[in-house]
Design a protein around this ligand. Structure first.
Ligand code: HEC
Ligand code: HEC
Length: 283
């Protein structure tokens, strides 16, 4: 049985500040997928404001949790299969597929997702997985770039991310990436919208509690893209950020924007050590 505190009334900061239940916390379940145990609870890296990090999986109901433990039940896998087909399909003026250069995705894309986003020294920019995919499409295949936060893109990101499943998130925040991390951190603590709520107000100060009918997690991104039962599709990291900011009734940033890539780096760091769960299932 999950112990939670119900927050009644509006989502306003004042309401969030009341009724802190010290015993509230995630379930103690273990996530086992294909007989492999994933890390859903990890000690935080130095300088992290929270001691123990929890995957969002730990905050979901038993029914939702179960869907992620079996790839046949996980609705993402139909979409991942489509991405496998696309991986092998020739597109663009160079007459190449992803496989022409990268071969078997299960071998060549292992570990890639666990390090994203990362500093790209060649172009001097912080790149998410989507940027790398599009760079190959445009500059190496002569194909059209994929749009951010669209089904085809999210499925390809999920296929590549799956190859890191079980590996710990471990982004590099040193060197030129550090100022992006700082920028992401600033955003995380900025109060947005009419409700004047920051990411931290919900995901740091109040995780483990109920917000309306939703059990608040730490807002980790180790499971992304994630299949949401609510909209029955894969959801990208940036689409989730957009949704959370919009819920505070604020203007938001665009998927793919420098702001969201900075926030992605910072939030990825906040999940250091949690297993990549891609593609996860959430409500
Ligand atoms: C013409 C050859 C070629 C094609 C076709 C190609 N790529 Fe690449 N890709 C590369 C090269 C070269 C790199 C850079 C490798 C490196 O720096 O380790 C790369 C890098 C990447 C990376 C970043 C890997 C990392 O470790 O950072 C991803 C992700 C990627 N490609 C995905 C794709 C996808 C998806 C497709 C098909 C839509 C594709 N690529 C098509 C040659 C290609
Ligand atoms: C008003 C409270 C609130 C604010 C503010 C908020 N979120 Fe959320 N967020 C939620 C709720 C509710 C969910 C769905 C339940 C959960 O996983 O916590 C959620 C889910 C998420 C998830 C998905 C977690 C998973 O495991 O699938 C991420 C990532 C996330 N939020 C990031 C952010 C970021 C980054 C910000 C700041 C830009 C933010 N949120 C601001 C309420 C909030």
């Amino acid at each position: 049985m999950r112990k939670t505190t119900v927050l009644i009334g509006s989502l306003a900061a004042a309401a969030l500040a009341v009724a802190v239940d010290a015993t509230a916390g995630p379930d103690q379940d273990q996530l086992v997928i294909n007989s492999e145990t994933l890390v859903t609870e990890a000690a935080s890296p130095e300088g992290h404001p929270i001691d123990t990090l929890y995957s969002g999986w730990r905050f979901r109901t038993d029914e939702t949790q179960a869907l992620e433990t079996d790839d046949f039940d996980n609705p993402s896998f139909v979409l991942v299969e489509d991405a496998v087909t696309r991986w092998n399909t020739v597109e663009g003026s160079a007459g190449k597929s992803c496989a022409s250069c990268h071969g078997d995705v299960t071998e060549t894309m292992k570990g890639v997702r666990a390090k994203m986003p990362k500093w790209n020294a060649e172009v001097k920019d912080l790149w998410s997985l989507e940027n790398y995919i599009n760079d190959c499409r445009v500059n190496r295949m002569g194909a059209e770039p994929l749009k951010w936060a669209k089904p085809e893109t999210d499925a390809m990101v999920a296929l590549i991310g799956l190859q890191s499943r079980g590996m710990p998130l471990s982004v590099d925040i040193d060197g030129p990436a550090h100022e992006w991390w700082e920028k992401g951190k600033d955003m995380y603590y900025t109060r947005y919208g009419q409700l004047e709520l920051s990411c931290a107000n919900c995901h740091e100060d109040n995780y483990g509690k109920m917000i309306r009918a939703d059990h608040l997690s730490q807002g980790q991104i180790n499971g992304f893209p994630t299949y949401r039962l609510k909209n029955t599709k894969l959801n990208s990291i940036h689409a989730r950020f957009k949704g959370c900011i919009r819920d505070t009734r604020a203007e938001t940033f665009k998927p793919g924007s420098a702001e969201f890539r900075a926030l992605e780096l910072y939030v990825a760091w906040r999940g250091t050590g949690l297993s990549v769960e891609t593609p996860s299932v959430r409500n």
